[in-house]
Design a protein around this ligand. Structure first.
Ligand code: SAM
Length: 342
C-alpha cells in the first residue's frame, strides 16, 4: 500500500468512528430510524464536515451529453421508455458527439458524461471510437448507456473510458420488478460489479419516492452503495412524467433526498455525490442546500439545443444550450456559495 492510500485508510477509519458516535452505522434498521428523525440538522452538519475534510471546497462540474433518446427498455417511470410513442427519437452522429465534447473541454469541463437510453445502434465499437476521440481532448469520459455484456464494458474500458454510471434505481427486489419489465436487479448489480472489476470508477444511485418505498428501503439502497464500493452515487427524487404509467404519482421528497445524500456522505466519506438534475428541477428555494449537506458534484447539459428537449426523462424547463456561457455562469454561482468550481 502506498503512503497516500495508507493515509486515506487511516482517515476513513477515524471518520467511521466519528460516524458511529452519532449512531450512523451500516445497519438497515439503524439507518431507517435516523431517516425518520424529526430533526436531521446534526447529520447535515456531520455530512458537511466530512465533505470538507475529504473533498475540500471544490464542486466538480461535469458536462453531460445526451447522445440518443432511443431506448429498448420500458422502465415505468422514465419518459424515454420505448412505449412512449409521443416522443420523437433522435441520435447524434459520432462526429457531432466528438465536436460537442471538444467544445465542452475548451469551455473548461474536465469530465464528459456520455448518456443515452439503451440504444443498440451504438455498438460498443462505435462508442469506443467516440471515447478514444474525446480522450484526445484530455477530458475524462464517463459512459452512462445502460446495461451491457461484460465484454462490451471491457471494450469501452480499453478505449479509455474512465467511469461508468448506472444507478441500481432501488435495492428492493419487489419494487425493482414492478418498475422494470425488461430487467432484473440481479443483472443490474452484476453489471456494476463487472464494471468495478474492470477498473472503472463506478457510479450507482437510486430514486427517492418510488411507489412502495419506505425508510428501510432507502437504508438498504445506501447499504448497497456501500457494499458495491461506489466511487459516485446519484440520489435524486422521482419526478412523474406525463407519458408514463406513474404519471399520477407525487414526486419524491426533496427533504428525504437531502437526508439520503447526507447519510451517503457519512457512510462513504470519499464518494463523489452529485446534486442530481432531478433535484434541481424541484428544489426551488432549497436549490443549493444539498451542497452543504454532503454533495460535491453538479452536472450541466451540453446537449445541442435542437435535440435537448427530446431527452425528457422527466418534465423540466430547458433553455437553449450555450456551452461556454453556461459554464461561466455556473462557475460564478459556485463562487458565490464560497466554493471552488473545478
Ligand atoms: N439508460 C441509462 C441507464 O439506464 O442507466 C442511462 C439513462 S437513464 C434515463 C438515467 C437515469 O434517469 C436513471 O438511472 C433514472 O434514475 C433516472 N430517471 C429516469 N426517469 C426518472 C424520473 N421519472 N424521475 C427521476 N429520475 C428518473
Amino acid at each position: 500500500m502506498d503512503s497516500s492510500a495508507g493515509r486515506r485508510g487511516e482517515q476513513l477509519a477515524a471518520l467511521r468512528l466519528r460516524a458511529e458516535e452519532h449512531g450512523v452505522i451500516p445497519e438497515a434498521k439503524a439507518l431507517a430510524a435516523l431517516l425518520r428523525r424529526r430533526d436531521f440538522s446534526e447529520f447535515y452538519r456531520l455530512a458537511d464536515d466530512f465533505r470538507r475534510e475529504t473533498k475540500g471546497d471544490a464542486i466538480l462540474i461535469r458536462a453531460i451529453l445526451e447522445f440518443s433518446n432511443h431506448c429498448r427498455r420500458r422502465c415505468r417511470y422514465c419518459g424515454l421508455n420505448s412505449e412512449n410513442r409521443a416522443l420523437s427519437r433522435y441520435r447524434l452522429s459520432p462526429a457531432e458527439m466528438v465536436e460537442t465534447a471538444a467544445e465542452a473541454a475548451r469551455a473548461g469541463y474536465r469530465t464528459i458524461v456520455l448518456q443515452s437510453g439503451e440504444d443498440p445502434w451504438f455498438t460498443p465499437e462505435i462508442l469506443a471510437d467516440v471515447v478514444r476521440e474525446i480522450k484526445k481532448t484530455g477530458a475524462a469520459v464517463t459512459v452512462s448507456a445502460g446495461e451491457k455484456r461484460r465484454e462490451d464494458y471491457r471494450i469501452l474500458r480499453e478505449a479509455g473510458a474512465d467511469r461508468y454510471l448506472m444507478k441500481h434505481e432501488t435495492a428492493d427486489e419487489r419494487i425493482y420488478r414492478s418498475l422494470h419489465p425488461c430487467g432484473t436487479l440481479e443483472n443490474r448489480v452484476r453489471g456494476l460489479r463487472d464494471l468495478k472489476e474492470l477498473g472503472f470508477e463506478v457510479g450507482s444511485g437510486f430514486m427517492i419516492g418510488l411507489p412502495g418505498q419506505t425508510e428501510e428501503t432507502i437504508a438498504r439502497d445506501l447499504l448497497l452503495l456501500l457494499e458495491l464500493g461506489c466511487d459516485m452515487a446519484g440520489i435524486g427524487p422521482f419526478v412523474p412524467h406525463p407519458e408514463t404509467a406513474l404519471r399520477d404519482l407525487p414526486h419524491g421528497s426533496v427533504a428525504m433526498t437531502s437526508r439520503a445524500v447526507a447519510l451517503a456522505r457519512i457512510l462513504m466519506p470519499f464518494c463523489n455525490l452529485p446534486a442530481t438534475t432531478a433535484l434541481g428541477v424541484l428544489d426551488g428555494e432549497e436549490k443549493n442546500a444539498v451542497f452543504s449537506r454532503g454533495a460535491n458534484v453538479i452536472m450541466r447539459k451540453v446537449t445541442p439545443s435542437r435535440v435537448k428537449r427530446l431527452y425528457q426523462i422527466y418534465p423540466s424547463e430547458l433553455r437553449d444550450t450555450d456551452i461556454a456561457a453556461e459554464r461561466r455562469a455556473l462557475e460564478g454561482e459556485i463562487r458565490a456559495m464560497g466554493r471552488v468550481p473545478v
